[in-house]
Design a protein around this ligand. Structure first.
Ligand SMILES: [Zn+2]
Length: 496
């Protein structure tokens, strides 16, 4: 698709002018020399493939889309209602900016050359009619705008919603918006400062990192010559190859866009065959529930007594066939899957830690040398690993697994250096990276420490946590059970 076609010189010039960037701006963001950009734009000399790709990705990350005929720039707004979030992208070209100006005049103010969008809105009859006009005017060219009408139709008169210029960058931020929205719509129920109390202390002690998974995002060094593999420490000069694309979260968990540059082909291959299959195996049921496709096919779980899959011929309906289903008086269905696969529990923890090491800021890696050796080579000091806290939560489904890291700012006797939150659909895992030089103790029961609970207060909102031990280094058999409650909410006890 468009990714493969390298932009033409005039497109790069046009893209820069849309963004208001100088050649210097583009060069430094893309990590290439200014002369490379200048020569390319003059059409004097084609840059080497890697530089051209770096330029293209930098512009695309800033929202520019290269098309057959030219360039366009997309505004990516996120709507948040109490029912969930929805994204709306409005693109415009240098010649046609009316959709954006019209949109802005409904939801904000236009003072050329600036547009300002307000975050808080209310579904009034007046707003509905403005939006209908807007969709009538531009819907033929931008058919996805019809979703706007649909979204407003689903809301009650007088209901508040939020319009965000960028999607929330972390679960904490998303949570803050959700609380604010709830407060607007149910003013008598929630004390105004409650969410600040929840997150205030956490943000004082920790930095939050939540890389986005909805568009291309490359972590690390764009230029192959600058890369050092985060796991084996080799560079191109010392024999590492960087030809393959390394996914920060495995592609089979729905991640298409989040990639790590600083992972060599050999480490990539090792993770793909040695530890990631365990992660995927233990999350298989959730993959079927979410309908995550891998290489064009959706997963089918086969077990001795039946199978679990999505039926593409019948509206992608979830099908669970088992010889071992029971129903109790309250309508709760239980199925035993007996999948019988052999897994090494510790590999689940290693695979989760590998995801964290892929997205953590480079400067933290120095304190995590032991963690890296454990993840890459299985070397570890003896003794049990910290417990992993698991829960089932009702959050809006996301097509990709998500990772959020909390990196401690100050030293502490009990709070972990790196706390990770991994979510796939409604499964949430909270774990600490083991073996950090910045940790004092073994962190085994970190989640239940008073200081941790006092700092990570939002975890208290989850009704029940399950402390799981993944220290085991020998193969065991996994037996999974599925419980379906009458509301059709997926639930499962993921412990092996
Ligand atoms: Zn490597």
């Amino acid at each position: 698709m468009a990714q493969k076609i390298l932009p033409r010189p005039e497109q790069v010039r046009a893209a820069r002018s849309l963004l208001g960037w100088s050649q210097q701006d583009l060069a430094s963001k893309a990590g290439v020399a200014v002369s490379t950009v200048a020569d390319f734009e003059r059409g004097q000399r084609s840059p080497v493939q890697n530089n051209a790709l770096a330029i293209q990705r930098t512009l695309e990350t800033a929202g520019v889309q290269f098309t057959e005929t030219g360039v366009s720039h997309g505004f990516h707004w996120t709507f948040m209602t109490e029912r969930g979030m929805s994204d709306l992208i409005i693109t415009f070209t240098p010649e046609a900016v009316e959709p954006v100006v019209d949109f802005a005049s409904i939801f904000g103010e236009v003072e050329p050359p600036k547009v300002a969008i307000s975050k808080i809105h209310c579904a009034t009859p007046e707003l509905r009619s403005k939006v209908t006009d807007f969709v009538d005017r531009h819907g033929a060219k931008l058919p996805h705008l019809h979703r706007l009408n649909k979204m407003l139709a689903d809301m009650n008169d007088g209901e508040f919603f939020l319009l965000l210029p960028t999607p929330p960058s972390s679960t904490a931020e998303q949570y803050q918006y959700e609380r604010a929205l709830h407060q607007l719509n149910h003013p008598q129920k929630q004390p105004l400062d409650e969410h600040l109390q929840l997150f205030g202390l956490l943000l004082e002690k920790y930095d939050l990192h939540n890389p986005r998974t909805d568009k291309r995002f490359d972590i690390g060094n764009a230029r192959t010559d600058d890369r050092t593999c985060r796991f084996c420490g080799r560079t191109k000069e010392t024999g590492a190859k960087f030809k393959k694309e390394a996914h920060a979260i495995p592609a089979s968990l729905g991640n298409k866009h989040l990639k790590l540059c600083d992972e060599c082909d050999e480490c990539n291959g090792h993770f793909g065959t040695e530890i990631e299959p365990t992660l995927v195996e233990l999350l298989n049921v959730q993959r079927v529930f979410l309908g995550i496709e891998s290489r064009g096919t959706s997963p089918v779980i086969k077990f001795p007594g039946g199978q679990l899959f999505r039926d593409k011929k019948h509206d992608n309906l979830m099908v669970m066939a088992s010889r071992n289903i029971s129903e109790d008086a309250s309508g709760v269905l239980r199925a035993r899957l007996d999948s019988g696969k052999l897994i090494v529990p510790q590999n689940f923890y290693r695979a989760l830690s590998k995801i964290a090491l892929s997205v953590i800021p480079e400067e933290e890696l120095a304190a995590l040398k032991k963690t890296i050796r454990w993840v890459r080579y299985g070397e570890s000091p003896s003794g049990p690993l910290p417990k992993i806290a698991a829960a089932v939560v009702m959050l809006p489904p996301d097509p990709s697994a998500q990772i959020t890291l909390y990196v401690r700012k100050e030293s502490s006797k009990t709070l972990p250096h790196v706390v990770c939150e991994f979510r796939l659909g409604c499964y949430l895992y909270v774990y600490a990276l083991p073996f950090s030089e910045r940790d004092d103790g073994d962190l085994i029961g970190f989640f239940e420490q008073p200081e941790f609970q006092e700092t990570f207060r939002h975890y208290a909102l989850v009704p029940s946590w399950n402390q799981q031990d993944y220290s085991g280094n020998k193969e065991i058999q996994v037996i999974q059970n599925i419980t379906l409650r009458p509301s059709n909410a997926p639930d499962r006890n993921p412990s092996p």
